[in-house]
Design a protein around this ligand. Sequence first.
Ligand code: PLP
Length: 492
Amino acid sequence: MSVDIPFQASPDSLDPTDWNAVRQMGHRMLDDMVDMLAGLREAPVWQPMPNDARQALRTGALPTEPGDLETVYQDFQTLVQPYGSGNSHPRFMGWVQGGGNPVGMLAELLTAATNPNLGGRDHAPIEVERQVIRWAAEMLGFPQDASGVLVTGTSMANLIAVLVARTRALGTDVRHSGLQGRPLVAYTSVEAHNCVARAMDMAGLGSDALRLIGLDEQHRMDMDALQAAMAQDRAAGLQPFMVVGSAGTVDTGAVDDLAALAALARAQGLWFHVDAAYGALAMLSPAQRPLVQGLSQADSVAFDFHKWAQVPYDAGCIVVRDATLHAATFASQPAYLQRSVRGLAGNQPWPTDFGPDLSRGFRALKVWMTLKTYGAAKLGQVVAQNCSLAQQLAHLVDAQPQLERLAPVTLNVVCFRVLAAGVDLDALNADIVADVQESGVAVPSTTRIGGVLAIRVALVNHRTRLDDVQMLLGAVLMAAQERLALGDFQAK
Ligand SMILES: *Cc1c(COP(=O)(O)O)cnc(C)c1O
């Protein structure tokens, strides 16, 4: 279909001289994107960007003169669209990333068209976000008056949690007087996501003040080691203020004993935060819910709608049990943001009172539409499906003498490696992973488990089926055979 009416900006604004040009181009883009999603399974998961495409994006000055929208769209189709990381694809299993969904795609169109700013004020989009936060609280088993806000992702949500916990430990004075050398220390497991350490760093507490506690055989935080570390820190005159549990680690999918952590944190007067980036969604699956037992007892939970809830990027969320403390950590009112009882400047508290951002987009709409269209039970089914595939993959790995499984499978992550006599297994397995990625058939990734390099398969995508997992395993075994035939791996 060709565009007969070229897009041309009117002389006095950015709107077109003829709205039908936008309509035609928009319809074409929508048709193309629907075709793309419908044909996703047949496309390569990932392909490296060719040099000319990369060069085209690395050169070229600021466009001063108007371009033709049709040509600009062609550039997107040839330079950008084919060379994504592939996380929407059913055989993307490399990292904990969501697959997006078509309803979320449409919501993004509505969001951009209506273009609201959700920093504050009295308008319906804010009520939509509040409803999403109430649903999040309901999912987590939090009280309905818990506070929360949508953010970029769990990294930001964890930072917000550290700052609220800091207010709890030191009072709101810390906001103007700073830490003044007060020695706050926090605890998490060695398998916690490194954004927890970055949150401590950005909050001015320093990542050294985060104690990385060892693991039990289930890869959960070792409770005895945790208590010993707290006692040692107190004896040294330091001030423990926070415990960060993990509900689904990126390395192995391990879930800390959240109920035990909640009890210990309460007994010791510490803030209990859970990084549940993807594990929070296990609350929606009857089969997996018992694994995250104790999540409801947290003081705050960080999670992502863009992972297991399959909302298009980005959509992270922080929920805090104590709304007053949450607002006390961020709220401030310069004159130009003055609130009023009447008019557009009413309707407080505003989302800006619960996080660092003032201007904020309408992330809530794609979450709201995804939840209302599919229903929470369906999202829970996706969780159950991914976890069941992980168990099936673990069985396939265990049944294959050439493969060694490297970690227990709690949720959706399977770590294993290819065995071979007399070769450097780390180098072999790293090459296998890169070979499989470059083949376009599937995308696994690597991590290190117990000092050795592991092939990591994280199942997060709602489109992944058993045959996808079988194709991945087939590709791994084929790559292993080819690599070993080359015989270029030195014995260690
Ligand atoms: C993905 C992830 C994060 C980081 O979340 P972002 O949304 O990428 O900022 C933190 N913790 C865990 C356990 C994760 O899986």
